[in-house]
Design a protein around this ligand. Structure first.
Ligand code: SF4
Ligand code: SF4
Length: 90
């Protein structure tokens, strides 16, 4: 079993940097954790059957979507409210 390790960068809420966000198609995800391995912000969480994304810390770099072998993650434009307010985790 792979633990969710505490990561020092979690004190920086990089979600406010984001202009695009990853959207998961859960039915395509086989929980291989490749995206978890590559995410530079540690914002991908292991879950039951598929991963989830912590948008408080996701900066929208798109690496997860690029690396996913099943194309389960697609990058989508952020809502205007997130861009105007810079609210993390919108
Ligand atoms: S890389 Fe793709 S298939 Fe693997 S856990 Fe991430 S979203 Fe799921
Ligand atoms: S876009 Fe994906 S790889 Fe980049 S910070 Fe967000 S969850 Fe992590």
């Amino acid at each position: 079993m792979i633990p969710n390790l505490p990561t020092p960068h979690l004190k920086f809420r990089t979600g406010s940097w984001r202009t695009v966000r990853p959207v998961l198609q859960a039915d395509k995800c086989n929980n291989c954790l490749l995206c978890w391995l590559f995410c530079p912000e540690g914002s991908i969480r292991r879950g039951q059957g598929h991963v989830t994304i912590d948008l408080d810390y996701c900066k929208g770099c798109g690496i997860c979507a690029h690396e996913c072998p099943r194309h389960a993650l697609q990058m989508a434009e952020e809502a205007p409210s997130h861009l105007e307010g810079g609210a993390a985790g919108a």
